[in-house]
Ligand binder design. Sequence first.
Ligand code: FES
Ligand code: FES
Length: 203
Amino acid sequence: MADSPISLAFPGCSQHSLALRINRQPYRLEVQAWVTLLDLLRDKLQLTGTKKGCDHGQCGACTVLVDGRRINACLTLAVMQDGRDITTVEGLAGLRDEEDEKGEKVDADSTAALHPLQQAFIAHDAFQCGYCTPGQLCSAVGLINEGHAHTPDEVRELMSGNVCRCGAYPQITQAVCEVALGARPGAAQRTAQQPVVIGTVPA
Ligand code: FES
Ligand code: FES
């Protein structure tokens, strides 16, 4: 992909200039002050992998990474993120390419392999309709970056901002635990054995 900025201007008054790096591609944009990051991604840049569920910060479907930290894209204005590095689900596979397992830089174009979390979601069948999945994946990357989850219970708690209407929580937790907790003995197995209590909403 070319490394030259993509310039887009949208019709209307009160345009504000901002520069973003989205999925390693630089953009220069002119947007109205009231445009959310979510609407910019979906409606202006056609990055529709990021989903709009509630549009009120309650479901996590719109989760993206801003400078490596997870954020609800429906709750932030695009102009507030000027100069930031945005990663959406479309860019997750590329994250894996930036460093190999030894932490050495590798050619970003050398492989199109999925991110380990994407592979784990497939392996654990961690989705049904898939509508929540982009947000779940970005949120899980943010969770790993934060480094606060050391047990399946902590994974559940720290993923609790991401709602799955299909109820695929057990498989989602298994997939996230597999990557976030690594080869820690019994991590994924313990998750699989924990019962889902009817009437509660597990993370
Ligand atoms: S669409 Fe942003 S939290 Fe639901
Ligand atoms: S897989 Fe359908 S909402 Fe989560």
